[in-house]
Design a protein around this ligand. Structure first.
Ligand code: PEP
Ligand code: MN
Length: 262
């Protein structure tokens, strides 16, 4: 069902005034984790002032260590909703439990399925049973074929509103946190009709190369770019090393816009 051979036209995702997949790429930003009302509000205000419409923020955090911050859970979704309503933003947040999918639809506009859950088939089925758009991340070591099949799980249950996001894969290279597979963008665009985005933060784990990687993604045909922004990254409860602060985000956004690709 996700194959371009079956449906030549692009799938479009309407998010407020924005159409994802329709030719004009979208920039999505926000903190790794929802930590507090004030933290989310500070980021939302900056994004709104920059003219942006979609904010991300994790409430359920799939952390490598069980001793690390696990997210605020439903409380985090409530914070996202309150702030998004105030600023007229659309929100994206990760859901990790099939039992939370329906409930999540009341609080957020896009449900993210994280890299670690790309092949959590019960979660994919639950995501297919609702009509809220899904942002599906590529697994840490998933082939493009496995990625496309994961999307097929969702669409085959009736939820056609699926976006794919490349977030870097595991390779031997240590200079970046993961290896951004830029070729995934044109291949997924050719082989599927779904919007394809690139998460420059998790793929590189390096603030110093976000702008060139975002430009590369857009030049390769990506429908959007996602980046993590935190008011005070040094104190962030997750991904402290890789989040941009707000002035850095403004510089990043301006540089990407200057390319004319956004
Ligand atoms: C995230 O986007 O918050 C995240 C945890 O990313 P990933 O699933 O790609 O590691
Ligand atoms: Mn993160």
């Amino acid at each position: 069902l996700v194959s371009r051979k079956k449906k030549p036209e692009n799938t479009l995702i309407q998010l407020g005034g924005v159409t994802i997949g329709g030719g004009k790429p979208v920039m999505i930003a926000g903190p790794c984790s929802v930590e507090s009302y004030e933290q989310v509000r500070t980021v939302a205000k900056a994004l709104k002032e920059a003219g942006m419409t979609v904010m991300r923020g994790g409430a359920f955090k799939p952390r490598t260590s069980p001793y690390d911050f696990q997210g605020l859970g439903i409380e985090g979704l409530k914070i996202l909703k309150e702030v998004a309503d105030e600023f007229g933003l659309k929100t994206i947040s990760e859901i990790v439990d099939p039992a939370h999918i329906e409930l999540a639809c009341d609080y957020i506009d896009v449900i993210q399925i994280g890299a670690r859950n790309m092949q959590n088939f019960e979660l994919l089925k639950a995501a297919g049973d609702v009509r809220t758009p899904i942002l599906l991340k590529r697994g840490l070591a998933a082939t493009l074929d496995e990625f496309v099949h994961a999307a097929e799980y969702i669409v085959s249950r009736g939820n056609s509103q699926v976006m794919l996001i490349e977030r870097g894969i595991r390779t031997y290279e240590k200079a970046t946190r993961n290896t951004l597979d830029i070729s995934a963008v044109p291949i997924l665009k050719q082989e599927t009709h779904l919007p394809v985005l690139v998460d420059v933060t998790h793929s590189t784990g390096r603030k110093d190369i976000l702008a060139p990687c975002a430009k590369a993604a857009l030049a390769a045909g990506a429908d959007g770019v996602m980046v993590e922004v935190h008011p005070d990254p040094a104190t962030a409860l997750s991904d402290a090393a890789q989040q941009l602060n707000i002035p850095q985000f403004h510089d990043f956004y301006a540089e990407v816009q200057k390319s004319g690709l956004l």
